[in-house]
Design a protein around this ligand. Sequence first.
Ligand code: HEC
Length: 106
Amino acid sequence: MKWCSKSVTASAVVLLFSVCAPVHASMQMAVDYGCLNCHGAYPRGEAPSFERLADKLVKYKGDDAALAAKVASYRAGEPMEHIEAHERISLDAATRLLRWLAEGGK
Ligand code: HEC
């Protein structure tokens, strides 16, 4: 977001701050959390690409209750299938990342 670094008039600062502050997840956040190691353009093993995940998660878009339930099961993992990157992430970060994916992951 190039325009975030532009100098802005005072009246726009508040608006821009709410847009640019890291409240929402982004591809950069997914990179920082190592998600791309498995879910990148060349997914590893069983891992679906982010594009496929976004298709899968779109049904949670705008439905915070369903998203919260999904986040909980995502962090808990399956009994026979532990994915460390999914489990060690905080509730807050997981919610942001999954919401970002539900909104298209772009
Ligand atoms: C070590 C590899 C690995 C890493 C790192 C990883 N994942 Fe995954 N992820 C997987 C695999 C494998 C699956 C598929 C599991 C399945 O289909 O049961 C998966 C599935 C998912 C799903 C779908 C879950 C579902 O129930 O449909 C989401 C959402 C997801 N990953 C998000 C993330 C996010 C966000 C990160 C970064 C914090 C991340 N993953 C990091 C391997 C990984």
